[in-house]
Design a protein around this ligand. Structure first.
Ligand SMILES: [Zn+2]
Ligand SMILES: [Zn+2]
Length: 127
């Protein structure tokens, strides 16, 4: 891989996208979750037949920020291995949800109205 680790946790993620949105500076992001994002992005590009940017709504959360956005007490965002992703512009919702759910076969996945939660936990979770 050729990304500059000072810019982000993986080639298509910046630290600004994954760090806690409250401004606390927390950016302890799991390499497994970065790899998961890259797999989802890569499959999305193939399905779309073009580059397919994906907006990250939420990555790492500190406990205070997690509480302020109504996150679950044991949210994987607290562990830095979860991402909330908006529907990308160049795919149908069903196609993107299918890609996310397939990549989270053995981890956490949930479909919202606005996109998908994906995470890199070690057991399957749906809600
Ligand atoms: Zn914070
Ligand atoms: Zn989430």
């Amino acid at each position: 891989m050729s990304w500059d680790a000072s810019l982000g946790p993986s080639e298509h993620l910046t630290w600004g996208e994954v760090e806690c949105r409250c401004g606390c500076g927390l950016r302890a992001f799991s390499p497994d979750a970065a790899a998961l994002f890259e797999r989802i992005r890569s499959k999305s590009c193939v399905a779309a037949g073009r580059d397919c940017p994906i907006h990250v709504e939420s990555g790492v959360r500190c406990p205070a920020h997690n509480a302020s956005v109504g996150g679950k007490e044991k949210s994987r965002h607290l562990f830095g291995d979860a991402l909330d992703l908006w529907w990308p512009k160049y795919l149908t919702h069903d196609m993107f949800a299918f890609i996310c759910e397939s990549e989270c076969r053995d981890s956490g996945y949930h479909r919202y109205r606005w996109g998908c939660h994906v995470d890199a936990r070690r057991d399957r979770a749906r809600w």
